[in-house]
Design a protein around this ligand. Structure first.
Ligand code: ZN
Length: 154
């Protein structure tokens, strides 16, 4: 009987303390929402939108290139997890090019996708582009193609 009573009191005190702590925290969160991070997030979103509007456009035709596919497997990349430029290779983004012609960071338009030169390869010379894929199957599927490669207007 005595123990039960003591437990009940303890529970009441704990609840009261929890209430004390939770109210100010709740109030602080509310005021932050009105004046702080919420407003900043909206501003950040507005800043991102114009960048999306100014999407890179297809520029002049650079030529008909030989394109091949590769992935980050042992066979394609010799176990290198990162590109030559140190980025994590990404499908529909990363390509390997002859850096003497198209240095790291050059954007190229190929078949509706804007790629960025991030990598190089010993066999990738002249009008040759190696396109990164997320899997070896997709890279093989690409095979060897002749594709029109365009510059990108930013
Ligand atoms: Zn592969």
């Amino acid at each position: 009987m005595n123990n039960l009573h003591r437990y009940a009191r303890l529970a009441a005190v704990t609840a009261a303390m929890a209430a004390c702590f939770s109210f100010p925290a709740f109030a602080a969160e509310r005021s932050d929402d009105v004046t702080g991070p919420g407003v900043q997030m909206e501003q950040a979103a507005e800043e991102e939108n114009p960048a999306e509007d100014a999407e890179p456009e297809k520029g002049e035709l650079l030529g008909v290139f030989t394109t091949t596919g590769y992935c980050n497997c042992e066979k394609c990349s010799g176990g290198h997890a990162l590109t030559y430029s140190g980025t994590v290779p990404t499908a529909k983004h990363t390509i390997s090019a002859d850096l003497n012609q198209y240095p790291i960071g050059t954007k190229l338009w190929i078949d509706g996708t804007v790629y960025t030169v991030e990598d190089m390869g010993s066999s990738v010379k002249g009008n040759w582009i190696d396109i990164f894929y997320g899997s070896h199957e997709e890279a093989l599927e690409h095979g060897m193609r002749s594709q029109e490669v365009y510059a990108v207007i930013e």
